[in-house]
Design a protein around this ligand. Structure first.
Ligand code: GAR
Length: 190
């Protein structure tokens, strides 16, 4: 049995799709969903799927080993960042080498780095009149959005698209591909 922990800070639509994708599987389990946001929509979505949720604050995350210990004790094989908006502490990255992946709502290296997340990315894409955008799934290292890329796919952006329109297109791509890419990464783990 392979065990996944998902970190999410907001609505959690990706976390829900991943939870649904693996719900009937006997070889993979979404064991935990973790969030830094006590008001995050992901909490309700996790409850609906009967996945345990852990809410933590900055101090616990950056100044204690509690999250690392929880992940280790829960025998987590893969950490998935699905709309998680905090930088991962070095200790955690080091404990899960090539076992932590992130989804970014643009075609990295474009529109990546500190401050580039969620709707800010889509606003920047529209402001720079891009003809396409897309998603990037990549391994996590200590720098925002710089780990090795696992998967990318793109979609067309029309001149008339608003940032919300771009967000909708990106979410469709994420929901379609992220669970499958996670499945592939898991099958490569021993
Ligand atoms: C997703 O589009 C994800 O790519 C993005 O946040 C959104 C979360 O949506 N992540 C980042 O911007 C990370 N840099 P969701 O809460 O509905 O899954």
């Amino acid at each position: 049995m392979k065990r996944i922990a998902i970190f999410a800070s907001g609505s959690g639509s990706n976390a829900e799709k991943i939870g649904e994708y693996f719900a009937e599987r006997s070889d993979v389990q979404v064991t935990l969903i973790l969030t830094n946001n006590p008001k995050a929509g992901v909490i309700q979505r996790a409850r609906k799927l009967h996945i345990p949720v852990v809410v933590f604050d900055r101090t616990i995350f950056y100044e204690t080993d509690k999250i690392l210990d929880l992940l280790t004790n829960s025998k987590i094989d893969l950490i998935v960042l699905a709309g998680f908006m905090m930088l991962i502490p070095a200790k955690l990255v080091e404990a899960f080498p090539e076992r932590m992946i992130n989804i970014h709502p643009a075609l990295l290296p474009k529109f990546g780095g500190k401050g580039m997340y969620g709707s800010f990315v889509h606003e920047a894409v529209v402001a720079s009149k891009e003809k396409e955008s897309g998603i990037t799934i990549h391994f996590v290292n200590q720098h925002y959005d710089e780990g090795n890329i696992i998967f990318q796919t793109s979609c067309e952006i029309l001149e008339t698209d608003s940032p919300d329109d771009v967000a909708d297109k990106i979410h469709l791509l994420e929901h379609k591909h992220f669970p499958k890419v996670i499945d592939e990464v898991l099958s490569g783990l021993n």
